[in-house]
Write a protein that binds this ligand. Structure first.
Ligand SMILES: C[S@@+](CC[C@H](N)C(=O)[O-])C[C@H]1O[C@@H](n2cnc3c(N)ncnc32)[C@H](O)[C@@H]1O
Length: 384
């Protein structure tokens, strides 16, 4: 029997999340070939890709390298891509999306390069099979990814399709939610330990609390969503996928974590967070409260507290927000002695907390330059 060769698998992430992604991939037992600002690469078979798709918490996509081309312009791209055996992987009766990042002097509009690549693929399938797949921007079936920088054009199959951070549980997004993959990286950075309480005031749609509950009970995030790009490839093997899903399910345990408490002043937010937790299957692990952040009940035993406040999109919001962050600083100092305290906010607002941070980690959330600031809160300073 012919064994499947190992190919380059690239897990991508939000800019700056690569150290946490690398740690996750290594913890799964893989040797990393290379790491850069937005991803890590390993060599593996489709079974390895399936494992990554089901288990990774901080990743956006998993790409399987298909070919490297060196086109001089878009016509050259069409020629080169026409010569590749797309019929081995892409169903002629399917639906194709091409996505790309293009940084090449001959291409002013990356959409043009996308269209040329799409044409090359569907024309080839038409020649081989006598029919062509539908195509468009949906991104929820077969997805081909192009990264064209200078003279190198790297083509890959996007095995995730839509971003892995779209777990499927956040049906109620709330205002300014945190991406699930960022929440997972924030929890890793804070050193969240499920044996100690976790408190999330200003919980919004509940992402941090839900990600913590998934992590604390070994629930693989990929089990929550039914659709992946890999399922729309001719190389997809249902039996192996079933085995990998079963293996991922076995990682789950039912040891209850220390309390996870989530609160928000807005009843619509706590309602959304509760519903999202139900969809994720972890509502029984989270205690919800509707209150001002400063009134969130804190367990006796200190643990980790993370506040993700608003950034202020409208003019005039900023002054009021600065006062709120000042109150957050007072709350941490006066009420949270002995706790592992963190605030996630925009770079602009972090200074308004008025406490000296011991760590300041850059993050990019929904294209806003953010900081996760950590504070040493001495036990002696706690007062009620
Ligand atoms: C940026 S959002 C949090 C997003 C959340 N991490 C998520 O993933 O959905 C900030 C939240 O703080 C809440 N908030 C604003 N002022 C508050 C206050 N004084 N006390 C408690 N919550 C407050 C808002 O209702 C909003 O849900």
């Amino acid at each position: 029997m012919k064994t499947e060769p190992k190919r380059v698998l690239r897990a991508t992430c939000a800019p700056g999340l690569a150290p946490w992604l690398k740690a996750e991939v290594e913890e799964m037992g893989y040797d990393i070939d290379s790491t850069d600002h937005t991803g890590v690469e390993i060599r593996g078979q489709l079974v390895d890709a399936m494992r990554l798709l089901l288990r990774l918490r901080t990743a956006f996509h998993v790409l399987q390298r298909f070919a490297d081309l060196y086109p001089k312009n878009a016509d050259d791209l069409y020629e080169g891509a026409s010569g590749l055996p797309w019929e081995r992987v892409i169903p002629a009766d399917g639906y194709l999306t091409v996505v790309s990042t293009v940084r090449n002097d001959t291409i002013r509009n990356s959409m043009f390069a996308n269209v040329r690549l799409k044409d090359a693929i569907v024309d080839r399938l038409q020649r081989v099979h006598g029919r062509r797949p539908d195509s468009g921007p949906r991104g929820d079936r077969t997805v081909v990814h192009m990264f064209w920088k200078d003279d190198q054009c790297r083509l890959a199959l996007d095995l995730s399709g839509r971003k892995l951070s779209d777990r499927g549980y956040r049906r109620m997004p709330g205002r300014a939610p945190m991406r699930e993959s960022i929440a997972a990286a924030v929890l890793a950075e804070t050193g969240y330990d499920s044996n100690k309480p976790l408190v999330i005031p200003m919980c919004g749609s509940g992402t941090l609390a839900i990600e913590a509950a998934l992590l604390a009970t070994g629930r693989a995030p990929g089990l929550l969503r039914p659709n992946f790009g890999i399922k729309h490839l001719l190389t997809f093997d249902e039996t192996t996928w079933g085995q990998e899903r079963l293996a991922a399910k076995k990682l789950r345990h039912d040891r209850a974590p220390a309390p996870i408490i989530a609160s928000d002043i807005d009843p619509a937010a706590t309602d959304a967070a509760r519903k999202n937790a139900v969809t994720a299957g972890v509502d029984h692990l989270i205690e919800f409260h509707e209150c001002d952040f400063a009134d969130t009940p804190l367990p006796e035993t200190p643990g980790t507290i993370i506040l993700h406040g608003e950034y202020g999109e409208r003019l005039g919001d900023l002054e009021q927000l600065k006062q709120t962050y000042g109150r957050i600083g007072d709350f941490l100092k006066q009420r949270c002695g002995g706790w592992n305290g963190w605030v996630f906010t925009s770079r602009e607002l972090v200074g308004s907390i008025g406490l000296k941070s011991t760590r300041k980690v850059p993050f990019e959330n929904v294209e806003i330059d953010c900081r996760l600031a950590g504070f040493e809160l001495y036990a002696g300073s706690r007062s009620t």
